[in-house]
Design a protein around this ligand. Structure first.
Ligand SMILES: Cc1cc2nc3c(=O)[nH]c(=O)nc-3n(C[C@H](O)[C@H](O)[C@H](O)COP(=O)(O)OP(=O)(O)OC[C@H]3O[C@@H](n4cnc5c(N)ncnc54)[C@H](O)[C@@H]3O)c2cc1C
Length: 387
């Protein structure tokens, strides 16, 4: 009889795929359940910081990330007329750098790293989470396991079984994001950055080499019900008098390339990320554990850190000991960063004339490179050593 430990992972986003790779490397058999019909990223992009790059290397994806990433060089915050508010600064160490990657490329690399010890079940929504007998499944099938991993995002069913205190809260803002392919993307006058407008409007863009240009706009309000082409016309109107290349970027984006998403986060975060039974348990990773506002650009990075840490904790340890160590290594760091992200969002998203000019004053008063050092300290993480 096989003594290989078994995990069932609910959700195949970045956290679920990363956890599947890490657990497989730790000698586990994994069933990966995903409600979507395919494993793939949406058509947008991600800023990936040094901590996430280290996590990807630990998962064996160092070469893949080098091939798919474009360095984000001199980040800066500007006003909508283009005047600079603050320069983020170049990181002191060349190793500590941020890159931008297409989500499809990242998913492809993660999926390619799944080995034969991972069985994937798409079009499977886990509705039955059983912490007593340690299993997850739907009406038709049940996957018993030594470990149930909740990688099912902000609306996590696994989290609801472990913790009842945590709540999903909206920021009252929506993000519109797109990648313009290189043959259509306009020539950029600079290396990108973030622009702050009045009333909490924000726009970020970053060149992505052979993949084109990534942009993201954040607006107060809810999801827009209009058809995609009307939505794009609205974006054109809202950003018409913003500095170059913002209007040109929106104009060259096809309506169907623009993804919209309400920005939400968890507050409070779950009191614990793990549940321990007798010889079995459950654990939360990624947004299921600590969905935060995207202001620090660290959500996916922390999901990858969780995955690597879970793999290390589940190597040569009992499930009970491994989960205790995971909680110790992950909870305080993620609680701290969730708070920092929310604070940064409150400053950057300041609304109204008074709020905007206060925000601009705060940003102008920051010493050159200060914000960069703040984000560098968030990226200051290295994988735990195996026992
Ligand atoms: C506007 C915006 C910009 C962002 N930018 C960045 C950035 O630049 N850098 C960065 O690091 N992070 C960024 N983030 C955060 C990042 O996108 C998330 O933190 C990350 O994608 C979370 O991954 P996850 O796998 O934990 O969750 P998800 O991506 O939500 O994946 C959960 C998966 O579980 C599946 N699922 C859910 N429920 C079930 C179920 N019951 N059964 C089966 N499957 C299920 C879902 O279909 C999905 O595939 C941004 C977020 C937003 C909103």
């Amino acid at each position: 009889m096989s003594t290989q430990p078994r995990a069932v992972i609910v959700g195949a986003g970045i956290a679920g795929l990363g956890s599947a790779i890490a657990l497989q490397q730790a000698g586990w058999r994994v069933a990966l359940l995903e409600r979507g019909d395919r494993l793939r990223g949406d058509g947008t992009a991600l800023l990936v910081q040094a901590n996430a790059i280290r996590a990807l290397r630990a998962l064996g994806l160092g070469m893949a990330i080098e091939a798919m990433a474009t360095p984000v060089n001199a980040g800066r915050y500007r006003r909508r007329d283009g005047r600079e508010l603050v320069h983020i600064g170049t990181p002191e160490s060349p190793e500590v750098s941020t890159v931008v990657v297409h989500r499809e490329d990242l998913f492809e690399a993660l999926v390619a790293a799944l080995g034969s010890d991972v069985e994937v079940h798409t079009s499977t929504t886990a509705t039955h989470i059983d912490l007593v007998r340690s299993a997850a499944g739907d009406r038709a099938r049940r996957w018993p396991a030594d470990l149930v991993v909740g990688a099912d995002g902000i609306g996590s069913a696994v989290r609801s079984a472990i913790d009842q205190a945590s709540r999903i809260r909206g920021t009252g803002t929506v993000a519109f994001r797109a990648v313009v392919p290189p043959h259509r993307a306009p020539e950029l006058p600079d290396e990108g950055g973030e622009t702050q407008g009045p009333d909490g409007h924000r726009f970020l863009y970053a060149p992505m080499g052979r993949r084109g240009v990534y942009w993201a706009a954040v607006m107060p309000g809810g999801l827009r019900p209009e058809p995609p082409d009307v939505r794009r016309d609205l974006l054109k109107r809202w950003f018409a008098d913003w500095h170059d290349p913002i209007p040109r970027l929106i104009a060259t984006t096809r309506a169907e390339e623009i993804h919209q998403q309400e920005i939400a986060y968890l507050k409070p975060l779950p009191q614990r990320y793990v549940h321990t039974g007798e010889g079995s348990g459950a654990v939360l990773v990624g947004d299921a554990a600590h969905a935060m506002t995207p202001d620090l650009g660290q959500g996916a990075g922390l999901a990858l850190e969780d995955a690597v840490t879970l793999g290390v904790c589940m190597t040569n340890r009992s499930v009970e000991d491994g989960l205790a160590e995971y909680e110790r290594l992950r909870r305080s760091r993620t609680v701290k960063l969730a708070k920092a992200s929310q604070r940064l969002g409150a400053v950057l998203g300041a609304r109204g004339r008074v709020g905007s000019s206060l925000r601009n004053g705060v940003l102008r008063a920051l010493p050159d490179g200060w914000l960069g050092r703040g984000t560098d300290s968030a990226a200051d993480w290295t994988p735990p050593s195996p026992r």
